[in-house]
Design a protein. Structure first.
Length: 408
C-alpha cells in the first residue's frame, strides 16, 4: 500500500473567502503577539524590574491562560466560535492599547503590567480552542489538510518576522509604541473574524452544566487512545524541553561557542519550522499521525547536540531537525484531531490538548536549573534528549497511533 496520497493537483484553500479572513486575522495577530514579548521584556527592565520580576509578569499571563482554557473550550462548543474569536480579539486590542498608553505616558508599573497580562492570558485562553476548531468550518473537507498546513505556516512566518521587528521597533520608537502595533493587529483580527460567515455551531435545546460539558470533553479525550497518549507525550516534552530552551540553552551554547551562537540556533529552529510547514503543504501521508510521531523523535537532536558538541554546526543542525520534526508532527496532529473528533466536542478537545501540553511547562522551567546543577548540564541535556526522543518512539507502539488515518 502506498504511504502517501496519489499525486493530484490540490485546490488551494485560499479560494475560500472564510479561510482567507481566518488566516488574515490569525496571521496578523501572530505578528503582533511576537512583537509584544520583546517589547514587554524591555518595558519591565526599563521600569527597573529584575529578571525575577520579568519572569513573574510572563508567568502571570501563562498561568491565567492555563487556568482559563478549559472554560474556553466549553464555551467554544456552546456559543458561536466566531463570536468567541471576535470578542477576544477586540478585548485584547483594548488591553494592549491600555498597556501602550501607560508606557508611552509614563504611568506604567510592573504590577499593572502583570495584572493586565493576566487579563490577556484569560482572553487568549477563551478564544484559542475556538480558533483551532474554526479551520474545518472555513474550507471543504478535501482542502482541510492544505488549510491546516498553510495556516500554521503563515503563523510561524509571522512569528519569525515579529520577533525580528519587535527589537527594531523597541529600539526605534520604544516599548509602548511597539505594543501599540500589537493592539492594532488585534483590531485587524477582530474585523476579519466579524466578517466570517460560517455554519452556526451552537447546539439546539437545553444544555447541561458547564462541569457536565467539561466532563463530556474529558470522556471524548479518553475515548481515543492516540489522543490521550500523545497529549501525555506533549506534557513530557514541555516539562523537559521548556527549561532547555529557556534556561540551559543560552548558558551551555553561550559558554561553549558564544552568545551569538544561541541566536543562530534559534534561527535554525525557526527555519526547521518553516521548512516543515512547506513540506506539509505538498506531502500528505495516509497515516499522518504515525509518520508525524516518528519524526517527532527528531526533537531529541537539539538537546543532544548541545550536550555532545562544542562546535556550532552540530547545534544548528540539531535545532533545525528539532523544528522540522516538530512542525511535521504538529500539522498531522492538528489534522488528526480535526478529522476524527465530532464537531460538537472539538473545542473542548482542543482545550484539553492545550492544558495537557502546557500545564507542566512552568514546573519544568522552575526545576531545570537546580536539577541540571545537581547532575551536570551536559548529563541533563542527554537525559532530556532521551526522554523527548524515547517518548515519541514509545508512542509508536500503540496500534491506534500507527493505524489512524486521515478519516474517522
Amino acid at each position: 500500500m502506498s504511504t502517501t496520497d496519489k499525486p493530484a493537483v490540490r485546490a488551494s484553500p485560499l479560494r475560500s473567502r472564510n479561510f482567507r479572513l481566518l488566516v488574515t486575522g490569525t496571521t496578523t495577530s501572530s505578528l503582533g503577539n511576537a512583537i509584544t514579548p520583546v517589547a514587554l521584556a524591555f518595558a519591565v527592565l526599563d521600569l527597573g524590574g529584575s529578571a525575577s520580576e520579568l519572569g513573574l509578569v510572563i508567568a502571570a499571563f501563562a498561568l491565567a491562560e492555563v487556568v482559563t482554557v478549559l472554560f474556553g473550550g466549553v464555551l467554544g462548543d456552546r456559543v458561536p466560535r466566531q463570536l468567541m474569536m471576535e470578542g477576544s480579539a477586540a478585548a485584547s486590542s483594548a488591553t494592549q492599547a491600555l498597556i501602550a498608553i501607560l508606557l508611552v505616558g509614563g504611568w506604567a508599573t510592573i504590577p499593572a503590567l502583570g495584572a493586565i497580562g493576566m487579563v490577556n492570558g484569560c482572553l487568549a485562553a477563551l478564544s484559542s480552542p475556538s480558533s483551532q476548531a474554526m479551520t474545518r468550518l472555513t474550507v471543504p473537507a478535501e482542502e482541510l489538510g492544505s488549510a491546516v498546513a498553510l495556516r500554521r505556516l503563515l503563523q510561524t512566518m509571522a512569528g519569525v518576522v515579529g520577533f525580528s521587528v519587535g527589537g527594531l521597533l523597541v529600539a526605534a520608537v520604544g516599548s509602548g509604541w511597539a505594543i501599540a502595533v500589537d493592539a492594532a493587529t488585534y483590531a485587524v483580527a477582530a474585523v476579519c473574524f466579524s466578517l466570517l460567515r460560517v455554519p452556526q455551531t451552537r447546539p439546539e435545546g437545553a444544555r447541561p452544566s458547564l462541569l457536565a460539558d467539561l466532563a463530556e470533553g474529558a470522556r471524548e479525550v479518553l475515548r481515543h487512545t492516540w489522543l490521550w497518549l500523545l497529549i501525555g507525550q506533549a506534557l513530557l516534552y514541555h516539562l523537559f524541553y521548556g527549561g532547555v530552551q529557556g534556561v540551559l540553552g543560552p548558558i551551555v551554547v553561550g559558554d561553549a561557542i558564544g552568545r551569538s551562537a544561541w541566536g543562530l540556533a534559534l534561527g535554525a529552529l525557526m527555519a526547521g519550522f518553516v521548512l516543515g510547514g512547506l513540506v506539509c503543504l505538498r506531502w500528505r501521508p495516509v497515516r499522518g499521525l504515525y509518520v508525524g510521531t516518528a519524526l517527532l523523535s527528531l526533537t531529541a537532536a537539539f538537546p543532544l547536540a548541545m550536550a555532545l558538541s562544542d562546535q556550532l554546526w552540530p547545534v544548528l543542525l540539531g535545532a533545525f531537525l528539532h523544528g522540522l520534526g516538530l512542525e511535521i508532527f504538529s500539522v498531522n496532529w492538528d489534522l488528526s484531531i480535526q478529522r476524527n473528533i465530532p464537531e460538537d466536542r472539538l473545542a473542548r478537545v482542543y482545550s484539553f490538548d492545550i492544558v495537557g501540553s502546557f500545564v507542566a511547562r512552568p514546573l519544568g522551567l522552575a526545576l531545570t536549573g537546580p536539577v541540571a546543577e545537581w547532575v551536570g548540564f551536559d548529563r541533563w541535556l542527554v537525559v532530556v534528549g532521551c526522554v523527548m526522543g524515547g517518548s515519541a518512539l514509545l508512542a509508536l507502539l500503540s496500534p491506534d497511533v500507527r493505524r489512524l488515518g486521515h478519516t474517522a
